[in-house]
Design a protein around this ligand. Structure first.
Ligand code: ATP
Ligand code: MG
Length: 424
């Protein structure tokens, strides 16, 4: 029996990896323009880290983590998100001591969810975090940065920004009580999921996809009426900055996030092009988290975007540039007992023409079969090294994409022939 991959964990095939690399490159470029630096931290952490950061009664910690005891009996978990590990790494290495940090990371995250389009068990995020800054200007900067990213990727017309303020944890406590009171009086009208959440995590009910539940929420208490003056001012200033920078947004009073550490600003970039999994980027402010994880108090704000969903969106909109496709310039054939000469010539060309992409034919075979491969490779030029050519220091040049006669040139002239035909 063949061993299969784990459900919800997919392979990224060469056909698709070019798009991923393109996206990753564009994101890294945009982040560099805003002075963000990359940080890398482990995929595995102590389970306790996520319990404390993400929250014991969140879906993620309750039922989605890949946790196991290692050989020492320590409980470890594959990271379900990046912020907790990033904060852990920053405090452990003294990065937050009297300084600000603008950081990003990229890589796999793991959640045992029901796999579907845009939802996997191993998925990938690009995360961005800013530490040591408490004003709305940094919240705005993160949103401007993402807006610029969408523009650079040519998907800005397909995503919309929703923002909200969650206030302080005291505000949320008072709001939660009011919401629970309202919903308890209407308990029978809630679906099973929301009934369960009413005990564990009532604010997540605001996020319910159930239409009846949403209808019920119309008359529910409004979080905005519960938040304190400072949070309100923070939010108003953020809105003013977004207006001033011409970034359109919508205030969604029911926007909450599935992770406990958020307070004040929260936001999501959503698209209608991907069906149910329409959130491509989500984040917010988490001023209490660093302290909660044992560091000195330090404000933080950040977001994560889902790479799979962004790639789906890029494909859906057809905005991936053609130029990123795997493309070679030269296919070097070796016909006869000339493998060694072929190999050495290919290497010499790579030395002299660093920009050329050269595929060297390995494994012998007839001229006919090698020409077929050369053609299929997409190369512009095939170079033919046969026994005669090897003996006389020449090489055959066959133009695969234009109506031009094959020629034989001295190997010493090859660089100039290739330069004229390929590089300009
Ligand atoms: P959702 O509401 O889609 O479940 P979330 O609130 O769980 O998202 P976050 O934990 O904030 O999402 O993650 C940020 C982003 O990571 C999401 O907006 C999404 O693009 C992506 N993401 C989250 N979970 C998955 C998953 N299981 N598979 C693929 N992408 C995901
Ligand atoms: Mg989720």
């Amino acid at each position: 029996m063949k061993i299969q991959s784990i459900r919800g964990m997919s392979d990224l095939l060469p056909e698709q990896s070019a798009t991923w690399q393109y996206l990753e490159r564009v994101v890294a470029d945009v982040l560099a323009r805003y002075s963000y630096r990359e940080i890398r931290f482990p995929l595995l952490e102590q389970t306790e880290l996520f319990k404390r950061a993400v929250g014991e009664v969140t879906d993620i910690v309750e039922k989605e983590m890949y946790s196991f005891d290692d050989r020492n009996g320590d409980s470890l978990s594959l990271r379900p998100e990046g912020t907790a590990g990033c904060v852990r790494a920053c405090t452990e290495n003294g990065l937050l001591h009297n300084q600000t940090q603008r950081l990003w990371y990229m890589g796999p995250m793991f959640r045992h969810e029901r796999p579907q389009k845009g939802r996997l068990r191993q998925f990938h995020q690009i995360g961005v975090e800013a530490f040591g800054l408490k004003g709305p200007d940094i919240d705005a900067e993160l949103l401007l940065l993402t807006a610029r990213l969408w523009k650079t990727l040519k998907i800005d017309h397909a995503v919309k920004l929703e923002i909200n303020s969650l206030g302080t944890s005291d505000d949320r406590k008072r709001y939660r009580a009011a919401l629970v009171e309202y919903l308890t009086a209407r308990y029978e009208q809630l679906d099973e999921d929301s009934q369960r959440r009413l005990q564990s995590n009532p604010m997540r009910i605001l996020d319910s996809k159930n239409a009846d539940v949403q209808a019920l929420l119309h008359a529910a208490p409004n979080l905005a009426d519960f938040i304190d003056d400072e949070s309100r001012q923070h939010f108003e200033r953020l809105c003013a900055m977004l207006d001033a920078a011409d970034v359109p947004f919508q205030i969604n009073p029911r926007l909450v996030r599935g992770l406990d550490y958020y307070g004040k600003t929260v936001f999501e970039w959503v698209t209608t092009h991907l069906g149910a999994q329409g959130t491509v980027c989500a984040g917010g402010r988490y001023d209490g988290l660093v302290e909660q994880l044992g560091g000195k108090p330090c404000p933080g704000v950040g977001f994560a975007m889902g790479i799979e969903r962004l790639v789906l969106l890029l494909d859906e909109l057809g905005v991936v540039p053609d130029s990123i496709a795997h493309q070679i310039d030269v296919y070097l054939m070796a016909v006869g007992d000339v493998e060694q000469q072929g190999l050495v010539l290919a290497e010499k060309l790579r030395e002299q023409c660093p920009r050329l992409r050269i595929e060297h034919h390995c494994g012998g075979g007839s001229v006919k079969s090698q020409i077929k491969k050369a053609d299929k490779s997409g190369a512009t030029i095939a170079l033919i090294m046969g026994e005669d050519e090897a003996a006389s220091g020449t090489i055959g040049v066959k133009y695969l994409r234009e109506d031009k006669a094959q020629e034989t040139v001295a190997q010493s002239e090859l660089v100039s022939v290739l330069t004229t035909n390929l590089i300009n």
